[in-house]
Design a protein around this ligand. Structure first.
Ligand code: ADP
Ligand code: ZN
Length: 584
């Protein structure tokens, strides 16, 4: 770029004005800004904790939480960021609020200056982008030599670790599998709430296999200049292949692979689509003997484009859930290993009081405690430090009395989940209740998972009715324990499933004696107004099944109590533990 004299002069002018006004601002606005990671910021937005945001072009944006705390965070600089904020009821201030109330004149001048600068920068846009790409790809790779993370650094998450352990061998000795013509897995999707250790697990896989780890984030791809996402993907894979074996980690894959709404292209951004296609092309381009594994992570499984989950893509999906009390204990232990914790600190009681905390929050809790102790130059980290840190970690989150409310919540959830599990166990010996938990999971009914034997081609009417009753078991248990006035909203997705199942049983599969063999889609499409009788029958059938469900629970009340009690104590139960209770 050639800068002639006039522009130079202008630049000097702009810079001095900018300097003067920023000094002015600093003097007048020496507020405490809490730095939030972009991820934390997004969760705050979605929890409705963010009051306002000042949008600008800078690398950082400022805002205020509903509790009055000012913060700064990274500016994603995406096109639809504003719309996203507005959708979550965040007040969006354009430009810099401080400037607007501050110096009118310097603001105008600054604006003019920014205009000129923007013009100059724009002219240089592509060069800058190339430069950015080069620097970004430099920091992305972590060689196998840098501090190796292993599965020992991940506490809890046992199932996820087990699934990933199998892959170590694939990466280390791909030829062994090739000889037998086995198709190696290419992509693994880790899904679960933020801070549950997905990145850590991917890193640990690379560490265990002793190969380089490449990490990128889906949102990075979208933020760079148009057209660069796809070439960055190609660059990334090229470099990984040069290294031979490696683990490629793509965080926030949902930023690329958003479910397309409708058939028009307006669903995902075009840039996202292009980048995603490049990614899928690269993935199907492996010969399979290269020992490269791509791991993607998301906390929004529901918004993910199904194209990503097809065979040969991210066809292995592993849930990484919030830790239960034992896992929290293990995580706390791990993160207090190198800290001078007082002997009086009872990690078990902290584990009990941190229900719904993620691994990251637990790590943060121990870290904040250590910082408090350090500030006071205390000899040990005491319970007092930890209690103070507890509230720091929960800044911006609902300040509720941690013991009483969570206890009540725990009870409701425990009975709800126990209801599902018990009905499942009682109705059908073949149903395998694989896990019951009061820790929310990202998919399916609350914390309850069930494996219905899949190895049959046909579902019988009895199977469908059983499944409807299992779905109703949660609400039924709530009603029995809490009374009709105190049933909760916790059953909403159960009721949706139950209604859908009943409707198809009657209207699609011709399984209702009164409605007969009529297929209702056909009738409704022919504009005959006979929908009401179907609706009545669905309601009637659901009600009958609900009554039956409640009866099962009444008849087994002692088991219902026993499972719920155990759940309140341990938070999650394995199938053996449930069976154990039922044999008593
Ligand atoms: P995610 O990728 O799921 O958002 P991260 O892997 O980035 O979560 O977790 C952030 C930090 O939280 C980790 O670096 C680690 O310090 C801590 N952490 C989270 N889960 C665990 C766990 N299961 N065991 C130990 N530490 C954990
Ligand atoms: Zn439920």
């Amino acid at each position: 770029m050639k800068i002639d004299g006039k522009v130079k002069l202008l630049l000097v002018l702009i810079i001095s004005i900018a300097l003067i006004s920023s000094m002015y601002l600093y003097k007048n606005n020496n507020k405490e800004y809490k730095e939030l990671s972009y991820k934390t910021f997004l969760t705050y937005v979605e929890k409705d904790l963010v009051d306002e945001i000042e949008l600008n072009d800078k690398a950082k944006i400022k805002g205020r939480l509903k509790d009055g705390q000012d913060f700064i965070t990274d500016n994603p600089r995406t096109e639809n960021f504003k719309e996203y904020l507005l959708l979550y009821n965040v007040e969006v201030l354009e430009g810099d609020r401080n400037l607007m109330i501050g110096q009118g004149i310097s603001f105008t001048l600054l604006l003019a200056g920014i205009g000129v600068l923007a013009y100059l920068i724009n002219k240089n846009n592509s060069k800058q982008a190339e430069k950015e790409m080069a620097t970004m790809s430099k920091i992305d790779a972590e060689g196998s030599t840098s501090n190796r993370v292993t599965f020992d650094d991940v506490a809890g998450n046992e199932e996820a670790k087990d699934s990933l352990r199998e892959l170590i061998d694939f990466i280390k000795e791909p030829d062994k599998y090739n000889k037998y013509g086995a198709r190696l897995p290419r992509g693994v999707l880790l899904y679960g709430p933020p801070g549950t250790g997905k990145t850590l697990l991917a890193k640990a896989l690379a560490g265990e296999a002793n190969v380089p780890f490449y990490a990128v984030s889906g949102s990075d791809f979208i933020q760079v200049y148009a057209g660069l996402g796809a070439s960055r993907v190609r660059e990334l894979f090229k470099r990984a292949k040069e290294d031979g074996k490696s683990v490629i980690f793509i965080d926030e894959i949902d930023a690329l692979g958003k479910k397309r709404k409708g058939s028009s292209a307006s669903g995902g951004s075009e840039e996202g689509d292009r980048t995603l296609n490049a990614l899928l092309t690269e993935m199907s381009g492996f010969k399979g003997n290269e020992g490269i594994i791509v791991i993607a992570a998301t906390n929004r499984m529901d918004t993910l484009d199904e194209a990503l989950l097809r065979p040969g893509r991210f066809d292995r999906q592993i849930e990484v859930s919030l830790p239960d009390v034992n896992a929290r204990m293990a995580i706390l232990k791990l993160h207090s290993k190198n800290k001078p914790i007082s002997k009086k600190v009872d990690l078990k009681s902290i584990a009990l009081e941190t229900i719904y905390f993620s691994g990251a929050q637990l790590e943060n809790l121990m870290n904040e405690s250590a910082m408090l102790a350090a500030k006071e130059k205390a000899k040990h980290i005491t319970m007092d430090h930890i209690n103070k840190a507890y509230f720091t970690v929960l800044v911006g989150e609902e300040k509720k009395d941690r013991s009483s409310i969570t206890l009540e919540d725990k009870k409701v959830t425990a009975y709800h989940e126990a209801g599902h599990a018990l009905v499942a166990k009682k109705l059908c010996k073949l149903n395998r209740v694989t896990k019951v938990s009061i820790i929310p999971s990202t998919k399916g009914m609350g914390g309850f998972s069930l494996n219905i034997p899949p190895d049959r081609m046909h579902q019988t009417k009895k199977d469908i009715m059983n499944n409807i009753m299992i779905a109703l078991g949660g609400r039924a248990a709530e009603e029995i324990i809490l009374g009709t006035d105190n049933i909760t909203t916790g059953a909403s997705s159960d009721l949706q499933k139950a209604t859908e199942m009943t409707l198809s049983m009657i209207g699609t599969y011709g399984m209702d004696e009164k409605i007969g063999l009529v297929n209702y889609n056909v009738i409704l499409n022919s504009n005959l107004s006979t929908g009401t009788s179907l609706m009545e029958r669905t309601k009637e059938s659901l009600e009958n099944l609900y009554i039956e469900t409640k009866k099962i629970l009444w008849d087994n009340r002692k088991y219902l109590d026993a499972i719920a009690d155990k759940l309140m104590e341990k938070e999650s139960l394995t199938e053996e533990e449930v069976n154990q209770i039922l044999t008593n």
